[in-house]
Design a protein around this ligand. Structure first.
Ligand code: C2E
Ligand code: CA
Ligand code: CA
Ligand code: CA
Length: 279
């Protein structure tokens, strides 16, 4: 018989969320999670290597279910995309991140907030209005908001028009997981993006696999030549950091500097880090 006790569910890893009955159970629990206040955001600092300052943060969604405990985004986000809950959840994320960004402007002026978007949010007719409303409610300048979108989301009909509209609103675009998608390189000209986020899978190979180093260097030089800022994600080691620095990477994000943290911890970290940079 299937065990359904607490213990069986304690570690909800991506492996577990794969089975159909488990996905269904998670899907059901997720429906109440928003109104029960079970979601929160963590914030991971992004360090500008030129100024040696934290210039932005990425908002990362966290879900702690009352019985299951913390559920990994790698598990629940694909399910939320499938059942459509990513739309209301994504709206909550956008609003929450904008509020937080505005609160931080008083002590950390200019700090930029990056928010992940699901393709499903992006494809909706009311998407631009949702973004505008979140900014207006938070009284946040659109210049301080960046939206992270994967290449896949940009391949759909109408996506480029939405990008153009976002740019016209002064909102920045970052192409997430860059290098892992399907787009042809010539296509990135049309993306209207400011930044490319070099996927962690390449970064983690630095110092270990020559191919990953070659691809990393190629993306950095492509970014430079075409005017994109490249953000390296998943930077964990000094070896990776010095390689990226040496090859002209401008911004890094990863455990080497900081993990994603609750707002208060992130604020303390950034204040301290940037004070040190000025000293
Ligand atoms: P992502 O957008 O590529 O986010 C980066 C992931 O790498 C995060 O995982 C982050 O915690 C992790 N990470 C950061 N630095 C390091 C490092 O140095 N080493 C390692 N091993 N990992 C690092 P997380 O928070 O589990 O999120 C996983 C994915 O879930 C995200 O990947 C993103 O695709 C999705 N996600 C998270 N929050 C949201 C959200 O609010 N909306 C949507 N649509 N997707 C989200
Ligand atoms: Ca991201
Ligand atoms: Ca990524
Ligand atoms: Ca991703």
């Amino acid at each position: 018989a299937k065990s359904n006790g607490r213990n069986a569910l304690q570690q909800f890893t991506p492996e577990l969320g794969r089975r159909a009955d488990e996905r269904l159970a998670l899907s059901r629990r997720m429906r109440a999670a928003l109104s029960n206040g079970e979601f929160r955001l963590d914030y991971q600092p992004q360090v500008d290597l030129q100024s040696n300052r934290v210039t932005g943060v990425e908002a990362l969604l966290r879900w702690t279910d009352s019985e299951l405990g913390p559920v990994s985004p790698a598990t629940f986000i694909p399910i939320a995309e499938e059942n459509g809950l990513i739309v209301p959840i994504g709206e909550w994320v956008m609003q929450q991140a904008c509020f937080q960004a505005q609160v931080w402007q008083a002590s950390l002026p200019g700090l930029r907030m990056s928010v992940n978007l699901s393709p499903r949010q992006f494809a909706r007719g009311d998407f631009l209005r949702v973004v505008q409303r979140a900014l207006a409610r938070a009284r946040l300048s659109p210049r301080l908001l960046e939206l992270e979108i994967t290449e896949g989301a940009l391949m759909s009909v109408g996506a480029l028009d939405v990008l153009r509209a976002l740019r016209a609103m002064d909102i920045d675009i970052a192409i997430d997981d860059f290098g892992t998608g399907y787009s042809s390189l010539s296509y990135i000209r049309n993306f209207h993006a400011e930044r490319l986020k070099l996927d962690m899978s390449f970064v983690s190979g630095i110092g270990r696999h020559r191919e990953d180093e070659v691809i990393t260097r190629a993306i950095l030089s492509l970014g430079r030549a075409l005017g994109f800022q490249v953000v390296a994600e998943g930077v964990e080691t000094d070896t990776q950091l010095s390689f990226l620095r040496r090859h002209g990477c401008r911004v890094v994000q990863g455990y080497r500097f900081a993990r994603p943290m609750p707002a208060a911890d992130a604020h303390a970290f950034i204040s301290q880090f940037n004070e040190g940079a000025l000293a």
